[in-house]
Design a binder for this molecule. Structure first.
Ligand code: MGD
Ligand code: MGD
Ligand code: SF4
Ligand code: MO
Length: 688
């Protein structure tokens, strides 16, 4: 087999040569990545030898990212959890002994029953995000279990809270422009999205559009993609997107470049939006964003002048106090400029809601009387302030000790002696060090999974490529065991794996090309959406999922003042904005255990010079919440005043065993409750 680099070091393409004793099995990458690649897994003697892209999903083409091509390192790595384990040392020590499944399930069921009896269901908190899970391992048997317990509910806000709320307020669940159609665009606006790291299968379409003469602009504090692809970079200061987008709208309006015919016919609230945007002349927005007004005007004019023009809205712009308003303002652009109705126009954010999964049918009615706790404030919620106090924490599909804001407070909470923590995990994460019981979970190569996508319009089935390592079991099976041990013998707890798959398929209502059944999925592996012309074209074949199919440009679900800009209060002692975007080395903290080690702080040479720092020098990155020690790396792609650490790092990746979320406040966006990772403000000094 020959592997070679295709571009930028983060993607591998393979040439297929048959090997005598190995077999190729089909799989699907379930990672929290919009591309949702179809995979070929080479298995020899029951062990995974290699993973590569399969052409079954046309978008995958013949390449995948380098980290997933090395997934067998996770499957067979030293961090793998192979057996149920019980804690023996102090919390945080990671000292555990192996116990039997029977003992582990018995203990968890017993402790949860005690908590239910003494403190009530709300004293139990399920903690899961599930970005890297398909339909069979997340929000399914687990959700059914916690609903039956009457547990506290979790607001799943670590990511996409503002993106979802913003998109739904304006467009309901309208499907976004397909990546393939970007090749047709004449102007592509990448706003807070970094496809070279987090959406690599979009890149060939950007290149193709560029080859055909399209212009590409990026709004991002970093110069992403490189000047050969991007014609205009607006290196705005983090958190100022709403001001910049409103200024674009205002400039379009004052130049007579808004599409009033479209707005009148297909939207409500457009007059209020235009009126509000007039508060943000380009000069004001430019001052806030620390760029030139002429850059905003040029962006507005290039966008208005191109047809078709598309906005790839990412998630980088939602991770600050203005996240919800920013998403709404950016998504308003194609409406204001009249960019709908053609392939290669409109916008793309997440396509996940297009699958229209009926949650009630899937996991049963939620107990709407129980409280909802925001996952971004786990540390705060564990260390006081909520009544009843959380006594039982069941963590799965999430690594909160690495990925949740205000890390030091999260750790203080996880250290509470009166807290019973259960963790279902594949590997010994930073969170595992604090668990009372760790239950071994299977990976996507070891269990059956039904995969939706938030970027591609297909539903895909994957079946085990290899037998589970050790005694690992799937989440569905573990929650069935737990349910039965707690006396729940009906509903989803009584179904066989085949029946579970059938049940999950029934809940998918999205416009699929054929009726879904387990047999069909096993045979075909992939079922595409049934859009007229195969791919969605906004305002031609797909329309807003709002009652009157109109865009709601000034909707009450965004609050009384939907596009309000909240000032950055400033912090003289910690003057640098710290961003922590996706890196090509992991998917959040998954695979970071082998791929994201020895992290470096990205810093612009000007900011370094002001502090007398040399490239490669060891530094302290600190604020009042915490401190991270690592090496500095000069990065001229960053705008001065902004430094960067990668999202997803484990504690072992730094010199002092701390990580980026130790510097991130647990403040949340108004209304949507989203995480504000990029509101972290820090100071840097040499490590003496
Ligand atoms: N390789 C890889 N791929 C991933 C992931 C991963 O961890 N690694 N994570 C997956 C997940 S969970 C998600 S949600 C997506 C996220 O994918 P993206 O949408 O690409 O999100 P981010 O990487 O957070 O940020 C994107 C860009 O926003 C910029 N940015 C930061 N702050 C601001 C701001 O205030 N305004 C603007 N305009 N830009 C800003 C960052 O510099 C970055 O280049 O990627 C998915 N894909
Ligand atoms: N500083 C900073 N922090 C961030 C972000 C940022 O931009 N900056 N981005 C945020 C974003 S966008 C996201 S989406 C979150 C993601 O944060 P998390 O939800 O914590 O995602 P991961 O770090 O991938 O951890 C998922 C865990 O679930 C486990 N897992 C996967 N599949 C299964 C399964 O089937 N069963 C069980 N039991 N376990 C499984 C994996 O082994 C992994 O340890 O991180 C957020 N954290
Ligand atoms: S992480 Fe994304 S690019 Fe990599 S294999 Fe999975 S779906 Fe494909
Ligand atoms: Mo995410």
């Amino acid at each position: 087999m020959t592997w070679w680099l295709l571009w930028s070091g983060d993607c591998v393409k393979t040439e297929n040569e048959s090997k005598s004793h190995s077999e190729l099995r089909h799989s699907v990458c379930p990672m929290d990545c919009p591309d949702r690649c179809s995979l070929e897994v080479e298995v020899r003697d029951g062990r995974v030898e290699s993973l590569r892209g399969s052409r079954l999903h046309p978008l995958t083409s013949d390449y995948i990212c380098s980290k997933v091509s090395r997934f067998s390192r996770r499957l067979y790595g030293p961090e793998r959890v192979l057996h149920p384990m019980r804690r023996t040392g102090p919390k945080g020590s990671g000292k555990l002994v192996t116990v039997s499944w029977e003992e582990a399930i018995g203990e968890v069921a017993g402790r949860l029953k005690d908590i239910l009896r003494e403190h009530g269901g709300e004293a139990i908190l399920p903690f899961a995000y599930g970005g890297s899970n398909g339909m069979l391992t997340h929000e399914f048997v687990d959700a059914h279990f916690f609903r039956r317990l009457g547990a506290s509910r979790l607001a799943r806000t670590l990511c996409a809270a503002s993106a979802t709320a913003g998109a739904e307020a304006l467009y309901g669940k309208m499907p976004g422009t397909a990546f393939e159609d970007y090749a047709e665009s004449r102007f592509i606006l990448l706003w807070g999205a970094n496809p070279t790291q987090s959406n690599i299968h979009l890149v060939p379409y950007l290149k193709e559009a560029k080859r055909r003469g399209a212009r590409i602009a990026a709004v991002d504090p970093r110069r992403i993609l490189g000047d050969h692809l991007v014609d205009q970079h607006l290196q705005i200061y983090p958190g100022t997107d709403v001001a910049v987008a409103l200024a674009v709208i205002h400039h379009l309006d004052r130049c007579g470049l808004t599409d009033r015919v479209f707005l009148r016919a297909h939207s409500t609230g457009w007059e209020e939006l235009l009126e509000y945007a007039s508060r943000f002349p380009p000069e004001r927005a430019a001052r806030l964003a620390r760029i030139e007004a002429s850059e905003i005007e040029r962006l507005a004019e290039s966008y208005a002048g191109a047809d078709p023009a598309v906005v790839r809205c990412g998630w980088g712009l939602e991770r600050n106090r203005n996240g919800l308003a920013a998403i709404a303002a950016v998504l308003a652009l194609p409406a204001v400029a009249g960019k709908f109705g053609k392939a290669g126009g409109g916008y793309t954010l997440s396509s996940s809601k297009a699958f229209q999964v009926d949650d009630l049918e899937l996991a049963g009615a939620p107990d709407t009387s129980t409280r909802i706790l925001n996952m971004n404030q786990l540390g705060r919620n564990l260390t006081g302030g909520v009544t009843p106090a959380i006594r039982g924490l069941v963590i799965y599909n999430c690594n909160p000790a690495a990925t949740v804001p205000d890390h030091n407070r999260v750790i203080r909470g996880l250290q509470r002696e009166d807290l019973f923590t259960v963790l279902l995990e594949q590997v010994m994460t930073d969170t595992a060090d604090y668990a009372d019981i760790v239950l071994p979970a299977t990976t996507f190569l070891e269990h059956t999974e039904l995969n939706k996508s938030y970027g591609a319009y297909a539903l895909q089935l994957s079946e085990p490529a290899v037998a589970p390592q050790g005694e690992a079991r799937s989440n569905a099976e573990i929650f069935q065991l737990l349910g039965r041990a707690m006396g729940m013998n009906d509903g989803l707890f009584a179904l066989t794996p085949g029946q579970l798959l059938q049940h999950a398929l029934k809940s998918v209502k999205g416009p699929m090309e054929t009726a879904l059944s387990p047999e069909l999925m096993r045979e075909r592996k992939i079922v595409h959406f049934d859009f007229p012309g195969r791919r969605p074209v906004q305002f031609s074949t797909v329309f807003p999922f709002t009652p009157d199919e109109k865009i709601r440009l000034y909707h009450s679900s965004l609050g009384e003042e939907p596009y309000r800009y909240l000032e950055d209060p400033g912090d003289a002692r910690h003057p640098l904005a710290l961003i922590s975007p996706a890196s090509g080395k992991s998917i959040s903290s998954t695979m970071a255990e082998y791929n994201l080690l020895d992290v470096k702080l990205g810093i612009h040479p000007h900011d370094a010079a002001e502090r007398g720092l040399r490239d490669g020098e060891r530094v302290r990155v600190f604020n009042d919440l915490g401190e991270v020690h690592c090496k500095a790396r000069f990065d001229e792609r960053l705008r001065p005043g902004v430094v960067s650490l990668p999202k997803g790092m484990w504690r072992k990746a730094t010199l002092n065993g701390s990580l980026v979320n130790a510097l991130v406040p647990d403040t949340v966006t108004p209304i949507s409750g989203g995480a504000c990772f990029n509101d972290a403000r820090v100071q840097i000094a040499p490590l003496t």
